[in-house]
Design a binder for this molecule. Sequence first.
Ligand SMILES: Cc1cc2nc3c(=O)[nH]c(=O)nc-3n(C[C@H](O)[C@H](O)[C@H](O)COP(=O)(O)O)c2cc1C
Length: 370
Amino acid sequence: MTSTPQRALSFFAGGADFATLSEIVEVARAGLASDVRDFLDGGAGREVTLGRNRDAFERWAYRPRVMTGLGVPDVATSFLGIGLGLPVLTAPFGADGLFHPEGHCAVARANAAEGAVSIVPEGGSHAMEAVAAAAPVAARIAQLHPMGDPANFAAMLGRIEDAGYDAVCVTVDCPTAGWREGNRRNRFDPDPAVISGNYPAGGPVALEEVFGQLFTRTEPVWTWAQLGERMAATRLPWMAKGVLTAEAASAAVDAGASAVLVSNHGGRQLDGTPAALDQLPEIAAAVGGRAQIALDSGIRSGSDVVTALALGADAVVIGRLAAYGLAAAGEAGVRRVHQLVREEMQTILTLLGVGSVRDLGPEFLQKVQP
Ligand SMILES: Cc1cc2nc3c(=O)[nH]c(=O)nc-3n(C[C@H](O)[C@H](O)[C@H](O)COP(=O)(O)O)c2cc1C
């Protein structure tokens, strides 16, 4: 009889690295200045939606299949024509330089190493081109806000194409900045450089011209028809980020979107909206296969990813989880987030009796009282 090394029998074979996502969150939060921590953790208003995003996951229970004969679960998939080693994209969180000087450049390198893809923010600390250069394999989707001068929007689409991105993510739930009590209480006023990677001081486009609308609300909000016309200028497919209703999902698809991101912006925009997860079934029904579906807002574990996919998402987007990884240990921290999400997903899928993430469906879930 050959002896099995003791290590292979351990619950944890990861050496001195972070063993859980909660450790990453703890280390990240402990290292941030309190106002930056509040900015990252917090939501809008009384944070009702922020709480709902988490509570929604507790109301689903798994219906496991046992004795399936299946091998190692396959977690690879594709989204917007982009292959993914795991069904996870990192969110376009702006002001990334507050969490780590390398910001989304580090996130993209971590994604490249772990098979995830970046949605790179317009309001980030580094230019789209710089993030693409840092990790072209992962920097595949660029995010824009539909506001300001349409000529600048068109110019940004050109920059995004030239930098080699494969798709665009348009944030439709942010015509003005949400009512963030925590930031107001803290008089939070970071250096504009953290959001001006794409619009550096002294450059051709002033930051105020692009993002001023978030605070002044002087211009009318764009319509779906205007967005559809303005997106027709690019050959790239696009996704509408911030869709919460069947009506908005249908409007996005009618305007030309190839995907919708079911999201309430992590509870940071309109407080009082439902959990994103709770809106997923109605949106999946409305879209009816005409577009792909991603979900963000509240994903904190591999188990959450499995639940979202079972309810109809093709992929998930992680915001704070990726930002905590970045704050905790830069590129290595984001990599560890992905590794732990993947390992946990594979555990859950094996216990659930699922061979591939593409086989997940509502038959693996049932509603329960929390
Ligand atoms: C610090 C921070 C900054 C963000 N900035 C943006 C942004 O500039 N544009 C945008 O569309 N979403 C932004 N978001 C929202 C995320 O893209 C995403 O929708 C949200 O974080 C998902 O929820 P989760 O944090 O619970 O995963 C930001 C989120 C955070 C935490």
